[in-house]
Design a protein around this ligand. Structure first.
Ligand code: PSV
Ligand code: MN
Ligand code: MN
Length: 388
């Protein structure tokens, strides 16, 4: 039998980090549909993130992206966040939007370009120092478009060298979390295309280097929950970038395309103790809201993670293990399906009421009048950085 009070306690303790770029205008390579009231600077992105936290109670951190969120005084930005009940989460680097990085950044053949990329990463660690952020989140667009364009192993050597320099700069409580992505923008080979490559680099670097699993960054049909289980077993799962995809890196709302996959992933997290604070797995969103209202979309996404988490926590692990050891294939599968098919919305409403929150976070947000206020006050909101 599952202990319901433990499930509730875990749901109350859950923390979901939201991305600053999710609040800005974004689009595809075809069109950016600007929305009214979007933030004009990083401070306003933090104000919007605070609305999500106020409505849900479980989104106390916001990830920054440099240079999109560059300000003169990062300590002041962190203080602004703290005044609103938030902390700065991961600092995301950007080595993909500068002309010098046409042929790559840390894996580029030219040492001058590599130096520029590494200096940017070191600056991101300075920003972590100023803001109190724990995680340097690295995603590299590096790769090639054509066979023979560059030397694949040579690029691995250069990547390893750059990572080692940045790793050595980390403080005791800071981590490097390394994301992988199968393809795009590089179409022939990518320098960190999969979890195995990221894991191998992290192993060489040391215990402060961990893998980021972005749910949108795999080939169709990849068993992501296997990757999660493996990395947790090795204590190398640093974070999730949650989003949904139908085709490639769609960055849609998490849990919208395949809620069952999200449940299967979070079941592995629950079963392998990944929700324990000591495991330091960061649950982040990495999404862009191109056609839907941004703040409500982030709230909806947080709720989708909560619902999948609740179902994962409801799995009767004793029953599952005895069915598994008895070789009861259908019985074991039924234990999982029973949890997945539970309507957890009443449970989550109860949890929110016990936390002094409105049981309906979207209604709570609508009732604040914040949306009308920002539409009236903010004119000329910024683009998140994509689709320029
Ligand atoms: C690009 O694919 C990407 O979506 C990566 O997932 C990063 O985490 C994100 O952009 C922010 O740089
Ligand atoms: Mn990502
Ligand atoms: Mn992505």
């Amino acid at each position: 039998m599952t202990d319901l009070s433990a499930v509730k306690a875990a749901l109350k303790a859950q923390e979901i980090e939201t991305p600053s770029w999710g609040y800005g205008n974004s689009g595809t390579r075809f069109k950016v549909f600007a929305q009214e009231g979007v933030p004009r600077d990083p401070y306003e992105k933090i104000e919007d993130a605070a609305q999500v936290h106020a409505a849900t109670g479980v989104a106390p951190r916001v990830s920054l992206h440099i240079p999109w969120d560059r300000v003169d005084d990062f300590a002041a930005l962190a203080a602004f966040a703290r005044e609103r009940g938030l902390q700065v989460g991961a600092v995301n680097s950007n080595t993909f939007q500068d002309d010098d990085f046409r042929l790559g950044s840390v894996a580029h053949a030219d040492p001058k370009v590599r130096r520029k990329a590494v200096e940017h990463l070191l600056e991101c660690v300075d920003i972590m120092d100023a803001t109190g952020s724990r995680d340097l989140k690295l995603w590299f667009a590096d790769g090639t478009n054509y066979p023979g364009q560059d030397d694949i192993t040579g690029r691995q050597d250069r990547l390893a060298e750059a990572l080692a320099e940045v790793y050595a700069r980390l403080g005791d409580e800071q981590r490097m979390i390394l994301e992988y992505k199968l393809f795009e923008p590089a179409f022939y080979h990518t320098d960190v295309p999969d979890w195995g490559t990221s894991y191998a680099h992290c192993l060489k670097l040391g215990p402060k280097a961990k893998v980021v699993v972005d749910t949108g960054h795999h080939a169709p049909g990849t068993n992501i929950e296997f990757i999660v289980a493996f990395l947790l077993r090795e204590d190398r799962l640093g974070a999730f970038d949650f989003n949904s995809r139908f085709y490639a890196d769609d960055d849609l709302m998490v849990g919208s395309a395949d809620p069952f996959q999200l449940f299967r992933i979070l079941h592995e997290v629950a079963k392998n103790d990944g929700f324990a604070p000591g495991r330091q797995v960061a649950f982040m969103l990495d999404q862009c809201h191109n056609i839907e209202g941004k703040i409500p979309a982030v709230i909806r996404s947080v709720m989708n993670v909560q619902e999948a988490t609740a179902k994962a926590l409801l799995v009767d692990l004793d029953a599952l293990r005895s069915a598994q050891s008895a070789g009861d294939v259908l019985g074991a599968n039924a234990v999982l399906m029973d949890a997945y098919n539970t309507d957890v919305r009443p449970l989550l409403r109860e949890v929110r009421e016990e936390q002094g929150l409105d049981p309906d976070p979207l209604a709570a947000y609508r009732a604040t009048g914040w949306q009308q206020r920002i539409v009236a006050d903010r004119v000329g909101g910024t683009q998140a950085g994509w689709g320029a």
